[in-house]
Each structure stands twice: as C-alpha cells, then as structure tokens.
Design a protein around this ligand. Structure first.
Ligand code: GDS
Length: 222
C-alpha cells in the first residue's frame, strides 16, 4: 500500500453501489483511497481485479488495517465495517433483534431495490431495443419498493433501532438515481412518497453524505 490510507475502495463515479461504502467510511472518519474504474475499458473485468472480486463488479475494498483483507458486495462491506470499526454503534444495531432487522433491510435493499432499480435504468437507457413492457414492469417495481418504504417510514423515522443505521444508508444511492434519473426531476416524489422523501433528505443533508453526493455530481459533470 503506497497511498497511506486505511482502505482502498474500487468504485465508479456514477455507479451507486460504491458510494454506499464511501458514505459510511466518511461518516466514521476512516480514510480511503478510491480507485475509479472506467467501465468502457472493462477495468472491472481485468485479471488483476477478478483476483480480488471474481464477480467483476464494483465495489470491493482492501482493508490495509487488517492484513489487506479483501471484501466485495456493498452490503457485506457495510456490515464488515460496522462490525469492526463502529464499536460505539453510531450507525449500527446493538441488540440481537435489531441486528436481525438490520439484516432484513439490507437484504431487501440488495434484492428488492438494487436489482429492480438497476433493471429500470437498464431498460430506460441502455437496452438496445425499446421494450416498453419491461420498462413499465421495472418502473412498477421501483414504485412498489418506494411504497413499502413509505408505509414503514410514515410510522417511524428510521428503519431500525430509532437511528440512522447502515440499513437506511444502503438505500441512499439508488434513491438518488431514481429521483434524478429514472423517474426524473418532474416526478411528484414528495407527494407520492412523502415519508421516503423526508427520510432521504435527512440523510442527504448530513455533511459527510452531502460531500460524497457533491463529489459524485462534480465527477459526472466533467
Ligand atoms: N449487489 C452488488 C453490490 O451491491 O455490491 C451490485 C454491484 C453492481 O451492480 N456494480 C455495478 C458494476 O460494477 C456498478 S453499479 N457493473 C459493471 C459490470 O457489471 O460490468 N446493479 C444491481 C444492484 O445494485 O443491485 C445494477 O443494476 C448495476 N447495473 C448498477 S451500476 C451490467 C449489466 O449488463 O447489467 N453489465 C451493466 C449495468 C449494471 O452494472
């Protein structure tokens, strides 16, 4: 390790899943060196990177403070970081029941939000043919997932343990893509999903998270 930071984070300027990890590292004051991949050059499929992450996707981390421990899958990374470096439980559950709920929401994010929002993005922007039925299906799933979150968050401020945890944080990046890109700026988000809107903004306005969001925006405008 020549950069002197605790972590190396393999990530991408636009891709949502690397930023999740950045939000937590910055919130906890842990240092990291980002390596921003160029997907057009297939950096994520290089033989060197596949040795770290056989799935060939971002994010992955190397923890230089723990014998160069390597991990991939963003929510597994969030859990590892809080387990090892959030001893005060600033962003993580304490009791067994809350830990189970924390896992429940992380699983819902990784199976319900990420892939469906991702497929909506894919069919909206990248699929070589226009397939309206697929786009409609994933738009419907995106709205359904927001509906689930809104029903819960209209009764409680945070998903788990009465505070912002990694479960809440794991949703931020794809929320942003949905707000800004796939549903679009003119989508009446605040009216349709008021509790989600409030919850998301409370997180996005935190200085650490705001700094990451601004860094992403500035990288995307260049
Ligand atoms: N579950 C993993 C995690 O959370 O760590 C998902 C990681 C992931 O999706 N990484 C993307 C990546 O490295 C960047 S975020 N892609 C490069 C590649 O595949 O070559 N993800 C679903 C999710 O978040 O659950 C997606 O939908 C991503 N879409 C969002 S970009 C891809 C394809 O054909 O589907 N090659 C391109 C689209 C894509 O990666």
């Amino acid at each position: 390790m020549s950069h002197g930071k605790q972590f190396t984070l393999y990530t991408h300027a636009a891709g949502p899943n690397g930023w999740k990890v950045a939000y937590l590292l910055v919130e906890l004051g842990l240092t990291y060196e980002p390596v921003f991949f160029d997907f057009a050059k297939k950096d994520q499929k290089s033989p060197e990177y596949l040795k770290l992450n056989p799935n060939g996707r971002i994010p992955a981390i190397i923890d230089h403070g723990n014998n160069d421990f390597v991990l991939w899958e963003s929510n597994a990374i969030l859990l590892y970081i809080v387990e090892k470096y959030d001893k005060e439980h600033k962003f993580s559950a304490v009791t067994d029941a809350d830990k189970a709920y924390q896992n429940q929401w992380l699983s819902f994010q990784a199976s319900g939000q990420g892939p469906y929002f991702g497929q909506f993005t894919w069919f909206h922007f990248y699929h070589p043919e226009k397939v309206s039925s697929a786009e409609e299906r994933y738009k419907g799933e995106t709205e359904r997932v927001f509906g689930v979150l809104d029903a819960v968050l209209s009764k409680q401020e945070w998903l788990v343990a009465g505070k912002m945890t990694i479960s809440d944080m794991s949703f931020i990046s794809w929320n942003l893509v949905a707000f800004q890109v796939i549903l679009g700026d003119d989508y009446p988000f605040a009216e349709k999903f008021p509790a989600v809107y409030k919850w998301h903004n409370a997180m996005a306005e935190r200085p650490a998270i705001k700094a990451c969001i601004e860094q992403r925006a500035s990288m995307m405008s260049h």
